[in-house]
Design a protein around this ligand. Structure first.
Ligand code: AMP
Ligand code: MG
Length: 326
């Protein structure tokens, strides 16, 4: 199969809506990361996502909608879910709600809930509007590897496995959506930290928000890998640090969170995630930098964790810990 990249012209949007309607896959730009989309009302189309990504069928998909009306058609809503959608949609928040019967078990992996998001990327919104059905879409990468934040990333991972990629530029946020289990409006559970920070969620949810936060052992400079499920992973092995040692080996790669004097030229085996010291910037650059360093031929990638005072620390450190897991 030849994989083509399509510019987001009105003609191409119509063409790609037709590709989706006939049951084929299209990689799509979103503000979080690129997704691999299928018509959510077509089971055999959704199955193709698992084959193309080599994704286990037990791992459920997120359904993307253009309108609240579509979202209401997929799930049973409650008052808290309405408030959250009102505040954060369109945007990087995924809500897990009790599913309606029409949602396929292929999407939910047999669960009685469904994950729904209304994305804000204008190109993806145009496609959703044109195709007129909700689109199931996980990240457009081979299972376990880092999520793609550009069409070139998608092509490098899925070339020959999908017919089409819709061009939408670099993903503005650069990490996946926040996933919130809101089946019970009174006790929301954060399933995955992401593009909406827990500080922002608490403004709506207060202290009712329960976190499933991974804990970093205290007092260790280098954190042993192997404590968490491996995901979002480079091929090179990753070691995490709160702060780097004084001497940095020239053979290995070193990714600083921030360097106060980052104007000084760094050796090629070192780089900085957030030149402006902002977690948001680090999130945006994380996967591109990791991909570039991963292809640099280093025996090991060393990465500095994001300081916990930063609102994006949960989101980024979650990805880093999974990348470091064996
Ligand atoms: P991805 O889009 O590749 O980041 O994958 C979507 C993720 O959403 C899955 O790996 C699950 O963790 C989560 N998810 C999707 N549907 C549900 C659901 N019904 N309940 C809980 N988590 C879900
Ligand atoms: Mg994924």
């Amino acid at each position: 199969m030849k994989t083509r990249i399509y510019r987001p012209t009105p003609v191409n949007l119509k063409r790609l809506a037709a590709v989706l309607k006939r049951g084929d896959l299209v990689a799509v730009p979103t503000e979080t990361v690129y997704g691999l989309a299928a018509d959510a009302t077509n089971q055999s189309a959704c199955k193709k996502i698992f084959t193309a990504k080599n994704r286990p069928s037990e791992d459920p998909l997120i359904v993307h909608v253009h309108s609240l009306e579509q979202a209401h058609g997929l799930a049973q809503w409650n008052e808290t879910a309405h408030q959250l959608a009102d505040r954060f949609w369109p945007g990087p928040l995924t809500l897990v709600l009790p599913k309606k019967a029409s949602v396929s078990d292929v999407i939910t992996a047999g669960l009685d809930s469904v994950a729904i998001r209304m994305p804000s990327h204008p190109v993806f919104r145009s496609l959703l509007q044109t195709v007129k059905v909700p689109l199931a879409a996980p990240s457009a990468n081979p299972f376990g590897y880092m999520s793609p934040t550009s069409s070139a990333h998608v092509k490098s991972g899925l070339d020959g496995k999908i017919p089409a990629i819709l061009e939408g530029g670099q993903s503005a946020i650069g990490v996946e959506s926040t996933i919130l289990d809101i089946r019970n409006g009174e006790s929301p559970v954060l399933l995955r930290p992401g593009g909406v920070t827990s500080t922002e969620l608490r403004k709506i949810l207060g202290d009712s928000l329960r976190l499933t936060k991974s804990v970093i052992p205290e007092g260790e400079a280098a954190i042993a890998p192997g404590m968490l499920k491996r995901h979002y992973s480079p091929k090179t092995s990753v070691t995490l640090y709160r702060s780097f040692p004084a001497e940095l080996s020239e053979q290995e790669a070193w990714i600083h969170f921030h360097l106060r004097d980052s104007l000084q030229a760094l050796p090629t085996n070192q780089c900085v995630l957030a030149p402006d010291n902002q977690g948001r910037t680090a999130a945006n650059r994380l996967f591109s930098i990791l991909r570039a360093v991963d292809s640099g031929g280093y025996p090991r990638i060393n990465i500095q964790l994001v300081p916990e005072t930063d609102a994006w620390a949960d989101t980024i450190n979650d990805r880093l810990q999974r990348a470091a897991a064996r």
